[in-house]
Write a protein that binds this ligand. Structure first.
Ligand SMILES: Nc1ncnc2c1ncn2[C@@H]1O[C@H](COP(=O)(O)OP(=O)(O)OP(=O)(O)O)[C@@H](O)[C@H]1O
Ligand SMILES: [Mg+2]
Length: 447
């Protein structure tokens, strides 16, 4: 079967056109505003100032206000893209090249926008200023976060050949919840119930979980939704490169690394944050993405009785273990045993559904044989049915919970079914945000 080999076009929703008279007024007001206080493009113009100037003229104020607000306080030509919640990513690849976007359903698209080097640099400088950092020839890479939470990476020559680039992972205004993931079939209700029991551990045995997958496969999102299963009484500490997690609980300490300054000093790494968190009596440690020597610290903590969760970049369960046990992470194989479950997360192109995200495998680490971690497959995704199937004969983690609580295996499977049903009942109701979802989950314990 032939498939189309060209990118769909994303046409920008043109801002309302200004008439010639309006354009003239717009130009005058903008000049006046700039003269008044904005000799620096990074200073936010007060909305009231724009409105008061517009009100002095007899013109269509809404159109002009929107354009001024966009030009002065927004991100110029890409502002519309950043406001479109249907887009996951906005990508500028260099001077005078089309801007690309990643659409939630259609995937990669090409836009009708191009920017000059100056325009791209203005946007990058604005972002750098906002986070009080510099980007220049000596430090040509910038990782930052926009005020709305979007994650940004910018590069400039000499490390990029065709001019400055900008990659923005847009922050989704409405964070997905576990109920959303069940509804969209990203995760099955059965797996959600299974993880719920293993994350709250029925008060006796919380599990340690790694969510693994490729770039943009939805690892952070899944991790975020699973945190709503953490019991309210726990003290949670999160450690991230760039703050992304939004945990719907009160007792959370959120920490973020500090990159080195221009002289290469002052870095506070993931490892430092993690070691520090261990002095803060955490119940649950959540590491945004494990990728370097903090892995040993994390596994040390898990081996000494702390509970944790995190994401990791890898394409299979086996590769997850290989990456953990090799440089730069170097976790001794014996320590891998402290992970209970590895979830594989995937971004898949489905001919009818477009881009979909699925948990495609769950494996349990069940012990060691000749220094090699042994895996037991618990869930397996069937591509043809687009369904996740429970394939486990048994689960060590569940057996231990059963033993510790004096329950039979049958009782535990019954509890999974009850929670599965409860989740399913609740997806039928109106959509709940992450905080409401947390309340819904809490109510379950009252029954
Ligand atoms: N299950 C899902 N259903 C729909 N959209 C999703 C799902 N999971 C993630 N997304 C969207 O996909 C994008 C990428 O998600 P996320 O940041 O969780 O991926 P990631 O694997 O952590 O990426 P990275 O490798 O860059 O860290 C986000 O815009 C997010 O809203
Ligand atoms: Mg991520």
């Amino acid at each position: 079967m032939k498939s189309k080999n060209h990118l769909p076009q994303y046409t920008t929703k043109n801002m309302e056109q200004l008439s010639t008279i309006e354009q003239e007024e717009y130009r005058k007001i903008k000049e006046e505003l700039i003269q008044r206080k904005v000799n620096d493009e990074n200073i936010t113009v007060e909305k009231e100032d724009i409105i008061s100037l517009i009100n002095q003229k007899s013109i269509n104020s809404d159109k002009i206000y929107n354009k001024l607000e966009n030009d002065l306080n927004g991100y110029g030509k890409i502002d519309g893209l950043l406001k479109d919640d249907e887009l996951e990513e906005v990508m500028i690849i260099g001077n005078s090249k089309p801007v690309y976007v990643y659409h939630r359903i259609k995937g990669m698209m090409i836009t009708d926008i191009t920017l000059s080097e100056i325009e791209i640099r203005q946007i990058i400088n604005k972002i750098a200023n906002y986070v009080h950092r510099k980007i220049d020839k000596q430090t040509p890479i910038l990782d930052a976060r926009l005020p709305d939470g979007s994650r940004v990476n910018a590069t400039i020559p000499p490390i990029t050949a065709d001019g400055p680039t900008l990659t923005i992972r847009k922050f989704k205004k409405e964070q997905l919840t576990i109920l959303d993931l069940i509804k969209s079939n990203s995760i099955s209700a059965h797996l959600a119930a299974f993880l719920w029991i293993n994350i709250d551990g029925m008060d006796v045995r919380p599990s340690n979980i790694i969510i693994s997958g490729g770039t943009g496969s939805g690892k952070t999102t899944t991790l975020n939704t699973l945190t709503s299963f953490i019991p309210l009484k726990e003290r949670i500490i999160t450690i991230e490169d760039i703050l992304e997690l939004q945990i719907p609980q009160d007792h959370v300490i959120r920490t973020e690394i500090r990159p080195p300054n221009i002289e290469g000093k002052g870095e506070i790494s993931m490892d430092v944050l993690l070691k520090n968190s261990l002095r803060q009596r955490p119940d649950r440690i959540i590491v945004g993405e494990v990728r370097s020597k903090e892995a040993i610290t994390l596994f040390g903590a898990l081996n000494t009785g702390h509970s944790g969760m995190g994401t990791l970049h890898a394409n299979s369960t086996q590769e997850t273990i290989t990456r953990l046990t090799n440089p730069p992470m170097n976790v001794p194989s014996i320590m891998i045993n402290s992970i209970d479950f590895i979830l594989m997360q995937n971004r898949i192109y489905h001919p009818e559904k477009g881009i979909i995200r699925r948990v495609t495998e769950v494996s349990e680490v069940v012990g060691m044989e000749q220094n090699t971690p042994q895996l037991n497959e618990i869930y397996r995704y069937d591509y043809s049915k687009d369904a996740l199937e429970y394939v486990a004969v048994s689960s060590n983690a569940l057996n231990e919970i059963a033993n510790m609580k004096g329950l039979s295996n049958h009782d535990i499977l019954d509890e999974i079914s009850k929670r599965e049903e409860y989740l399913q009942q609740n997806i039928a109701n109106k959509r709940s945000n992450i905080y409401e979802t947390k309340q819904i989950l809490n109510k379950y314990y009252d029954y």
